[in-house]
Design a binder for this molecule. Sequence first.
Ligand SMILES: [Mg+2]
Length: 207
Amino acid sequence: MKKYRVTNIVFDLGNTLVFFDHSYFFNGLAEREKKLSAAKFKRYIVKNKLDIKLVSGRMNHREFFRKLKKKFDLRIGYSDFIYFYSDVFWENSAMKRLLEKISRIKKYKLFLLSNTDSPHMSFIDKNFPYVRILNKRVLSYKVHMYKPQKKIFRYLLEKHKLNPDNTVLIDDVKDNVKAAASVGMHTIHYVTHKKFMSEFSKILKLK
Ligand SMILES: [Mg+2]
């Protein structure tokens, strides 16, 4: 049997390192703009794939704001809008503790691989400093690729010269886990922290 040791740990961000719920954005904005329906607003964004355009870096936030402002006749200004857009995260304390702990063990290389955009990333770095531990990052909006596209996993491996046999991805989205496995990486589907910890300790002990 082939021997390997997992030394590279790749973390997803949303609903892995920090929790999020975009309804805070839709509902918060709808509450502020009395005429706005949160459901219609959300539907418009999803139907026009504005979320995908943002994370793949094909649309910037000024355009996103202008488009929505025009369509829904919004009164809010750009910076308040971006605040509503970004303030949708909260800490995953168990992951915070784990990340702080393993970052002190020098034998692991840690990475962040996230479908995200620039306002969300800045908001997270500012409000959840433990995420800053991960300074080796592949961010979808910068590389114009996103999970579960296989090419973003290959890009990560090539850029950081990682052997997939020595690399594990931790991600809450099943399709991302499947795509990572298809390029040869070890994977853990992050559902509950307890289940994750049992798989994680097994994988790190593999010889
Ligand atoms: Mg996620």
